[in-house]
Design a protein around this ligand. Structure first.
Ligand code: PMP
Length: 409
């Protein structure tokens, strides 16, 4: 495997520790990623040297903080190839961005009898905002089915997206099934019916090149913490004509143009959507994470993670009693692998693996309708990132066999 990636591990101080007496094997990257030293240092540097509130002071620190915050916005714009930095709204994360769209665009454009289309593989954060909007508006929520191997059924998407559809809200990459959906194709379907497409990019942006203009997504949300950046910062991309047409999400400082006693007018996009003091250090940390990812190259990261999947999947599939959810062919998958071991609750499996220093997730992964669809209560999930390697996978496989032996499965 690529030598360059072996060295990357040294950039992440947290990985250099023992857990329960064993070297840490961190395989919970779909939940959150670890941070390279450069990102940690950048945030410390900001707080040590430049900390001030943005956009509201003429003093030097205030100007520096504003400049760095806005420079981070431009980094995000270039990273996902948005047409303008005005189309980049800083949020708390994916959840916040998706709620923003539902509460503003959704609130203004969905009426009784309209349809909102989601899929069975949505994370709750790309599901509940639409479910609640549909309930408020007496609109109908429709679910696109999955194929037998857990991919989005594009034929069913074609059926479900109709002239009644106002919003199509879909994840680009599933946080459970390890599949990536063809957002470009789905955007064409949505646009053919004058609907907008809202893409959840939480699991895609950290792992592959994303070009929002090529995808022709109307809205695209993602989180900083899953892409080596800090928690509490995220991004909502929206096409500028749509963002301009939307009412503000929250009201308060910084999002206004003029405030009179009984009425107010709003700042331009994107600031109209950034009420109150923002997570400036978070945005700057995210900007540094983007520099770091770009240095390595998003395609290189995607290729490397594919190599990890090619290595891991056959080994997992060969374990007697272990079921892998989603496609069994590595070419249709990315580095999120959910599985269950017959006879053992996934929480017990995850606890047993933790005893060996291996961090995997167990639960419903904020995707309860999907769990029901798969007819399971929960799964264990190993998810890879650029600092994982074959040795991590070997450890995982060995520990699963040991767990089987221990529980006599
Ligand atoms: N969508 C997907 C596909 C996710 O995996 C996650 C995080 N698990 C989210 C949305 C929500 O992201 P956040 O918690 O950062 O808002």
């Amino acid at each position: 495997m690529d030598k360059k990636f072996q060295k990357i591990r040294n950039d992440f101080p947290i990985l250099n520790q023992k857990v329960n007496g064993e070297p840490l094997v961190y395989l919970d990257n779909a939940a959150t990623s670890q941070k390279p030293q450069v990102v940690i240092d950048e945030m410390v540097r900001f707080y040590q040297n430049d900390n001030a509130n943005t956009h509201r002071s003429v003093h030097t620190l205030g100007e520096r903080a504003t400049e760095e915050y806005e420079a981070a916005r431009v980094k995000v714009q270039k990273f996902i190839n948005a047409a303008s930095s005005r189309e980049i709204v800083f949020t708390k994360g994916t959840t916040d961005g998706l709620n923003l769209v539902a509460s503003t665009y959704g609130e203004n454009n969905v009426v009784a009898g309209d349809e909102i289309v989601v899929s069975y593989m949505e994370h709750h954060s790309n599901l509940i905002p639409w479910q609640q909007l549909a309930l408020r508006k007496h609109a109908t929520l429709k679910y696109i089915e999955l194929t037998a191997d857990g991919q989005l059924d594009l034929n069913d998407a074609n059926q479900k997206i109709t002239n009644k559809t106002k919003i199509v809200a879909l994840t680009q990459t599933s946080n459970v099934l390890g599949v990536t959906n063809d957002i470009k194709q789905l955007a064409i379907m949505a646009h053919d019916h004058n609907a907008v497409i809202v893409a959840d990019g939480a699991q895609a942006v950290p792992h592959q090149p994303v070009d929002v203009q090529a995808l022709d997504a109307d809205f695209y949300a993602f989180s900083g913490h899953k892409m080596l950046g800090p928690m509490g910062i995220g991004v909502l991309y929206g096409k500028s004509n749509l963002l301009k047409s939307m009412p503000p999400y929250q009201f308060g400082g910084e999002m206004i143009d003029f405030v009179e006693k009984y009425q107010s007018s709003w700042a331009d996009i994107p600031w109209k959507f950034e009420a109150g003091t923002q997570n400036v250090a978070g945005a700057i940390g995210l900007g540094k994470a983007i520099d770091y990812l770009k240095d390595i190259g998003m395609q290189n990261i995607a290729d490397y993670e594919n190599q990890l999947v090619d290595y891991a999947l056959p080994k997992l599939l060969a374990i007697p009693g272990l079921t892998v959810y989603g496609p069994q062919d590595p070419q249709y998958r990315n580095g999120v692998i959910s599985f269950n071991l017959t006879g053992l609750h996934p929480h017990d499996l995850a606890t047993a693996l933790d005893m060996d220093g291996i961090a995997v997730r167990a639960g419903h992964h904020c995707a309860q309708p999907l769990m029901k669809y798969l007819d399971v209560v929960a799964t264990a999930r190993a998810s890879f990132y650029l600092y994982n390697n074959q040795a991590d996978i070997d450890q995982l496989i060995r520990a699963i066999y040991e767990t089987k032996e221990f529980f006599r499965l």
